[in-house]
Write a protein that binds this ligand. Structure first.
Ligand code: C5P
Length: 221
């Protein structure tokens, strides 16, 4: 069995950064599952499709996308890494992600990322639905204020315009939709380690997750 470390949590909890760090440290592959929902959102938007239309499911099934070693994302061989990160695409992704048929269409594609020597999988339902047998499961949380603040800094650093008040509201709406949807809602797996990163630096979160992952992988043999 390929060892999988799942990291779930709401947006701005810092899971993307630590997932990447752990993957590099372990020499494991990385699955940014949110990017697949964002890619479906972007492809649908480019095709002029509204989030609730049946064609969006086909779009998810037929996505022609690729992730490179540096974390760049390509859609139909075009580098869309930047476009993918906007709050608008995040919001459409979360509407699309509430549809069970879309989640189904992306399920096998996500599982195919589990290849030797191992995988770090980042998302909302990695430990509960996509990799329920994973030996190491983490749920990374943080207060809404801290998450909005981190997201704001991330957007500004990447050269996007951002309005803090609007961002807090967008994050609140997106979280509510992700936590309350009927299929694969955002929640910790029963056997997950829950970490609140509100008062921790990235290095501290990484150290905590690293120790836990090492223990769990050693137990698995
Ligand atoms: O993690 P990220 O912000 O890129 O995810 C965008 C949206 O995709 C989330 O708000 C969520 O609705 C959806 N998503 C999901 N399941 C995952 C990953 C992301 O529903 N495993």
């Amino acid at each position: 069995m390929v060892p999988v470390i799942t990291i779930d949590g709401p947006s701005g909890s810092g899971k993307g950064t630590v997932a990447r760090r752990l993957a590099v440290r372990l020499g494991f592959g990385l699955l940014d599952s949110g990017a697949l929902y964002r890619l479906t959102a972007l492809a649908s938007q480019n095709a002029g499709l509204a989030p609730q239309t049946p064609e969006v499911v086909d779009m998810a099934r037929r996505l022609d996308c690729r992730f490179d070693e540096q974390g760049k994302v390509f859609l139909n061989e075009e580098n869309v890494s930047r476009e993918l990160r906007t709050e608008t695409i995040g919001a459409v992704a979360s509407q699309i992600a509430a549809r069970p048929e879309v989640r189904d269409a992306l399920l096998q594609r996500q599982r195919d990322f589990a290849r030797p020597p191992g995988l770090v999988a980042d998302g909302r339902d990695m430990g509960t639905v996509v990799f329920p047998e994973a030996p190491a499961k983490i749920f990374l949380d943080a207060s809404a204020e801290v998450r909005a603040d981190r997201r704001y800094k991330q957007l500004i650093e990447n050269g996007f315009d951002a309005n803090f008040t609007a961002l807090v509201e967008e994050i609140r709406q997106r979280d509510e939709r992700d936590r309350n949807r009927s299929v694969a809602p955002l929640r910790p797996a029963d056997d997950a380690l829950v970490v609140d990163s509100s008062d921790l630096s990235v290095d501290e979160v990484e150290a905590t997750l690293w120790r836990y992952a090492q223990d769990r992988l050693a137990d698995q043999g």
